[in-house]
Structures are given as structure tokens and as C-alpha cells.
Design a protein around this ligand. Sequence first.
Ligand code: FMN
Ligand code: ZN
Ligand code: ZN
Length: 632
Amino acid sequence: MLHCLTPPTELHGQQKGFECTLLPAQFLTTKEKFHGFVDSEWQSLKGENTNKNDKVEETKEASVEEPQAKKLKLEAEEKDKAGKQDGKRLRGQNKSRPHVKPTTYDEKRLCLFSLLQENRECTFGDKCHFHHDIAEYLATKPADIGESCYLYDTFGKCAFGVTCRYAKAHTTPDLKTMENAELIKTYEGRSTVKNSLSKDLQNSLRKRSQTNGYKFLLSAQRLICIHRYVMCREFLGGLKHFFTCLLCDQPQASPEKQPPVKTVGPLTDEDVIKLRPCEKKQVDFQDKLYLAPLTTCGNLPFRRVCKRFGADITCGEMAMCTNLLQGQQSEWALLKRHESEDVFGVQVEGCFPDTMTRVAELINNNTDVDFVDINSGCPIDLVYQKGGGCGLMTRTRKFEQIIKGMNYVLDVPLTVKIRTGVQEKSNIAHKLIPEMKNWGVSMITLHGRSREQRYTKLADWDYISTCSKLASPVPLFGNGDILSYEDAMKARETGVSGIMIARGALIKPWIFTEIKESRHWDISSSERLDVLRDFSNFGLEHWGSDTRGVEKTRTFMLEWLSFMCRYIPVGLLERVPQKINERPPYYMGRNYLESLMASQNVGDWVRISEMLLGPIPKNFNFLPKHKANAYK
Ligand SMILES: Cc1cc2nc3c(=O)[nH]c(=O)nc-3n(C[C@H](O)[C@H](O)[C@H](O)COP(=O)(O)O)c2cc1C
Ligand SMILES: [Zn+2]
Ligand SMILES: [Zn+2]
């Protein structure tokens, strides 16, 4: 998995020197008053709950008083300051991000043999460090979070058994795990999530040898073609310089110094792009709303939330080509598709024609996707410096080989996501697009900003419009700054085939409904909490309902909340709609929850998570990757 290193202030696209005319004066407040109010209300709410339920709230008190997250945040801020004094700048949060494995939340886990309740002895004997006595385990287990288990209620069984943090709902007095046979039947033969990496496939990918390892038949065929093609060109042209062989990726001596090699004569593009017998599947992209691929935040549970609100197209988080080829479980998890995702693609990043072609074949043969997208808009240094992401836009020869190679092996459309260019004042997308049409891409998404620009300044929709005309008849999706149905309407008027939404969906996933119904939705804070509740249920289903899964769900919810807190309720606005580059002022909501949700403080996001996922564990820590509260 790759962590986005984009500096958070840039990511949120705030511009300095903005004066607030967004909200009427009666809602505006100061930072001190805002946090004073939110904190005291929280304490008094907690006080009420303590009387009702002493036990649960006790643990809460210990952790909320001084959330670890807050402490860490302060530490990070201090480091940040120190860094600045040194003239250096901390980019993103990743550098000071503590690495704590989620499993460390459980002091001592239950042995799988006991969890399965199959009356089998643990085969590890004395060497096993886990609990084997369920009653003993339960005595040390943290309190249940709620009375009903979403998994048990939905599917009729909960695979987490007594380790589930809602276990009381499905545990008998003699500590057996209950099942609801009728409900189970309704799910028989139905898998709600596709594209998991099987053990067999993982093993064959891990084997490096040609005979035992995974066989990339089409890729091999295709790469030999490119190989010959390059050789012929170089030889026939009599060029006297070094070139890189695509098969072995080694620099070859200039043709002059090598013994003459027999070639099969000049190859034309027609020879190389042999049409494969099977026809490509088609996707109708026209006028669709596309939820952008979003590293970390665009996880499967979040995409389910967006599907419910009307997103048409969804895409997995960017996966790195080499990690997929190595059969890395965490990378393959990014390809998972929920059954509600009816138009679904996966996005890959890489910089070599041979590996990208192989990964396309691998995806083609082992997953169920409607399209494959190349991320050639990725600005991250790590990716760019290797020539991938945005770097592909300037390495047109490699880019061409990647697109043609992948297209050759794919039965589904190949799409490409690009930026305006690398440097701020020199757009190159318009030169590339006519070429990409010839290389065979089925759809192009253009993010209307350059690599250098990141999130500063608005996306250039005039340029997007120009490019969409050049791309026609290949559909072009425009991307950048859409936060309301008006933004979407204006975007559509530029003549693009469709629009892609990224931060707008994180700030308010109901934007898809707003666009489809051409209205501003003054959603209430309790409705928003329901949206978060859906996410936490989907999260428990995806990551698990044991402590580990709960804390994973919480972490991803907190990442999302770092964007969601930027939403200003429509009913409070003096001037509708809110724009994405406007920095929200400190304001009071119409009720406590609305104010809490407007907080840019990570400690308050933790509080919101506690309303849905129970108190944070003692050693909990969290630093947002995309730090929305970096208002300085
Ligand atoms: C948190 C976050 C993660 C992102 N991850 C990806 C990614 O994995 N792949 C990608 O092509 N773009 C990624 N992007 C860029 C967006 O897809 C989109 O191009 C960009 O945010 C501009 O759209 P917007 O103005 O609607 O936010 C990411 C953006 C954000 C904010
Ligand atoms: Zn054991
Ligand atoms: Zn359960």
C-alpha cells in the first residue's frame, strides 16, 4: 500500500487571505469559544451517561480526557514548528506517524481453535500464547460496544464469534455462538465481495521460476513483439546509441558493437497491435457520475456509502503494479469489489511496459472488473521520480508501450487518468490526448491541475473543455473542485462526457444525490450521523467486528472525518453554495452534534467515532494522513 505524501494544506486547497462572507454573523464564533462550547457540552453529556451506565463510561473518561491522538497531534505540531525553523518542511503526516499494528490492541487473543468451537485441540500445544478457555478470555475482553451485532443481524452469523465486540447478541449462556439458519440461507451461494486473492494465486505469484510461477501467456507474446519492434527500429535506423531492451530491462550495447542479428524485417504497428479474437467488453461512460479513486479514503465501505447516494462509477484505490505482481495481500485488497458497485474499475500505477502488461493480464484473468485505469496523474514524489504517475505524461514512448501492451491483454476497456501537465504553466495534456486516442484508450479523465500546482488554485475547466473536444469521440471526464450541483452543471456545460468527484464526495457523499436531483440538501446532523453509522457497519463487515476490525474501521472513519468536518450545513449559509476552496470559519451549528461535526480538531473526530464504535482503547493513537486541521 502506498501512503499519499501530499502536504495536507495543499490537499485541502485552502487559499490564504480569504474573508468570510459565507455565514451570517450570528453563527460565527472564535476558536476559543467554539472549543470551549464543544468541550463543556461533551463533558456534561458524558456526565449524564455516567449516571446511566457507570461501567462503560468509566473507560471512556480515562481515554477522552487526554486522547492519545491529541497528544500525538501536539507533538507532531511541535515537530512541525521545529522543522520550519530549520527551514525544512514536514510533508504530510507520514513521517511522524507512529506504526502500531492494530493487533496490539488485544492484550491476549483467543486461539482460533477455541474461536471455531469445533472441539479440536490446539495443535500448537504449549507454544500457543493465546487463550484457550473462553470464559477466561471473556474476563479480559473489553466491554461490548452495542447490544446488536450488524453481521449477525444481516447475515445470520458472525464469524468473529465470542471475539466480536457485539458478542452478547449471538452468544448463548454456555458461551456458544448462535446462528440464524433462515437468514444464512438467503445468502447461500452469494458472495457480496469479489476479487479476493486466492492462496493458490498468491503462491504461484510468489514463485519466481518460469516453470512453477504464474504464466503470463499473452504478455509474453506481446512483449516479444515489442522487443522485436524496438530492435528492428534501432537496427534499421542505424542509430548509434544505447537503448533499453524491454524484455530484460537492461541497457544494450549500441547496435554497432554487436554482432549482426537477424531480424524478421521491419515491423509495422499493425503487426504489433494484433487484434485479439475476443472482442472487448464495452462500458457506457456517458453522463455518469464518477467517484474518484481515493487512496486510503476511497475504501470499499466508503464507496458503498457513495453508491447509496447515487455515484454511478466507482474505482478501487490506486494499487502499485509491482506489489500486485508479488501477490501482496494488502495490495490485492485494494481491488475488492462490493456487489453494489455495478460499474467498477481498478486503478494501477507503474512505469514499465512489461510489468504493467503483466499486471493487466493478471487482473484480466483473476478479477471481475469493468475497466482498468492507469494513474498517470499521481504527483507523489516516490512514484514520479521512478517515472510513474504523472511522470508518464512526459515519457511518451514508454507511455505508448504501456497503453498498447495493457490494451492487448485486456478484455475490458483501458482508461487513463491524467493531469494538465507537470509544470504549472506548460500544459501538455492537449498534445498527449490525440496520441492516446490512437494508442487505444477507451476513456480519459483529466484533473484540471498540473503536478506542480497540487491543490493550489482552481482547476482549469476551460482547458478541460478544449481537451474534451480533442478527445472526442473518446469520452473525457473532467475532474476538479466540484462541491455542489451548480458546480456539476457548469462542468457539464463544458462539453465533457462525465464528471469525476474526489474531495467533494469526502466532504459530503450526498453530493451525488444533490447533482441527480439538482438541489441543495440541508441534511441534518443526525442524518449525517446515520451516514457515519452505515459506514461503521460496512466497516465492521469489511474489516471485522473484533477489536482489530473495530479499530481499523475507526481509523478509516477518522481519515474521512478530516474531510467531512469541512462541510458547512446549507441551512446556515448566507450564500449558497459552499465552494471547495473556501476555508470554513469557526461557527456554531444548530445543535451540539452539528457543532461537533464542524470541529477541525482530531480529538473531536475521536469523540464522534466513540459515539458509533465505543470508547477508544487505552493505547489508541491516530494521526490523519490528510490533516484537515492544518489551518495555519
Ligand atoms: C485523499 C485523496 C486520495 C487520492 N487518491 C488518489 C488515487 O489513489 N488515485 C488518483 O488517481 N487520484 C487520487 N486522488 C486525486 C483525486 O482523484 C482527484 O483527481 C483530485 O482530488 C481532484 O479532484 P477534486 O477537486 O474533486 O478533489 C486523491 C485525492 C485525495 C484528496
Ligand atoms: Zn492455541
Ligand atoms: Zn458479531
